[in-house]
Design a protein around this ligand. Structure first.
Ligand SMILES: Nc1ncnc2c1ncn2[C@@H]1O[C@H](COP(=O)(O)OP(=O)(O)OP(=O)(O)O)[C@@H](O)[C@H]1O
Ligand SMILES: CC(C)(CO)[C@@H](O)C(=O)[O-]
Ligand code: BAL
Length: 284
């Protein structure tokens, strides 16, 4: 596996691809790879002649120091999983100083309402950190396509806006959420759950499915109220938000009337024994 560590190595890699006329797909990750990531990589392999997977635990997007400290780091097994896919993949795994010099701080962005709801409220500064590193990666690597999972749906919308604002010439490819057999959205943080709490985790998806089933008959406020009450019967789960929103603007519907030509999604975030989980589902 070709593992690149520096910006200079990326420059050479990019030059070689350009000379050979090969297209490049980028899959940005923070490592601890699971099947959700691998689906993004496989899709990138189908749609591009070469693929770069970045593995970088970006410090500036962590609003909680213990979350950063506990974040799983498994580079060797990540490389083995990518190797097993048998496609032309290189990995970019830089040190923090390579990306940030001696000042790991985020730039300030203005994403309007997109950053003032849900994750933006509960993880202050998070999207500035995400946008800082994603912009740096895109400007450095200049991929033809970049792949993001819909599990982090708000992040996807923020990156669409970032690419629009900065006029970065790249195609964003959104990829569906990959789930465990019991419905839990795959996530690197799932390995941090104890066996008992892991058993409680599929409730997030169950309540999202109930929202979808009742979307035709109930209004958004009723669905949210129902979800809040349902969470109270699961004391291990500490609900942060359950929100029914416009899938494009992410503005909550609240008690407004649904519009027939619009797409809506439900979003949930909850703590399970100190581990923060998020999920979302299309409602129509
Ligand atoms: N279950 C999944 N289905 C589809 N895409 C996913 C899934 N999990 C992660 N991704 C995507 O993989 C990319 C890298 O995500 P990241 O490395 O943060 O992993 P993660 O599993 O989301 O970890 P965590 O949420 O615990 O930070 C993101 O675009 C993310 O949306
Ligand atoms: C996009 C990303 C790799 C930026 O660090 C991260 O937020 C993630 O893995 O979703
Ligand atoms: N997948 C989103 C990255 C984060 O939780 O920081």
């Amino acid at each position: 596996m070709n593992v690149l560590r520096t910006k200079d190595e990326i420059g050479q890699f990019r030059k070689q691809l350009k000379e050979a006329g090969l297209s490049l797909g980028l899959v940005p990750t923070m490592g601890a790879l699971h099947q959700g990531h691998l689906q993004l990589v496989q899709r990138a392999c189908k749609e591009n002649q070469s693929v770069l997977v970045s593995i970088f635990v970006n410090p500036t997007q962590f609003n909680n120091p213990s979350d950063l400290e506990n974040y799983p780091k498994t580079l060797e097994s990540d490389l083995a999983k990518l190797q097993d896919l048998n496609c032309p993949i290189a990995v970019f795994a830089p040190e923090i100083s390579e990306m940030y010099g001696d000042d790991p701080s985020a730039r300030n962005y203005d994403f309007g309402m997109l950053e003032n709801v849900m994750e933006g409220v509960y993880r202050p500064g998070h999207f500035d950190g995400v946008a800082t590193i994603v912009e740096a990666l895109l400007q450095l690597i200049l991929p033809d396509r970049v792949y993001f999972g819909e599990k982090d749906y708000q992040q996807l919308q923020i990156i669409r806006e970032l690419v629009r604002q900065r006029q970065i010439p790249v195609t964003i490819v959104p990829c569906p959420i990959v789930r465990e057999k019991d419905g839990l959205a795959m996530s690197s943080r799932n390995v941090l759950l104890t066996k008992r709490l892991r058993g409680e985790a599929p409730f997030l998806y169950e309540i999202l499915k109930e929202a979808k089933n009742t979307f035709g008959t109930k209004n958004a406020s009723e669905i949210e109220q129902y979800a809040r009450e349902a969470f109270q019967k699961h004391p291990d789960l500490k609900l942060e938000y359950f929100c029914v929103a416009d899938a494009e603007t992410l503005l909550p519907i609240g008690s407004k009337t649904k519009e027939v030509n619009k797409k809506y999604r439900a979003f949930v975030s909850a703590y399970l024994g100190g581990i923060r989980l998020i999920d979302n589902l299309a409602l129509n």
